[in-house]
Design a protein around this ligand. Sequence first.
Ligand code: ZN
Length: 124
Amino acid sequence: MPEGQRPRPQPTPETMHFWEGTKAGELRLQRCNSCRKVYFPPRPFCPHCASREVSVFRASGKGRLYSYVIAIAVVELDEGPRLMTNIVECPQTPEALILDMPLEVAFEKMDDEITLPLFRPAKG
Ligand SMILES: [Zn+2]
């Protein structure tokens, strides 16, 4: 893999709503209709209570830096679930990457099918 190139995700029927969402500029999560918990990554049943009554909704796109190693970050979304991603528009240094820093989603188009949800420091 060339330096700096991100691995290309492979959409599946279970994750299609997510990739359709990023393409449309929306971060989509799933919520269980039974226990109301929000979860990620996408799956057709609730990881908490196994209910198959789940719905897709548009997340705020806001979260906080939960952890990282240089180039790979884990963002805890305001809605609760954690997402593995990259931080952009920010130096990749321990001085700039501060745990719990507020972030917001920044969509980056990879090709016609895939748009990646990356995160940048929140403005304001
Ligand atoms: Zn549930």
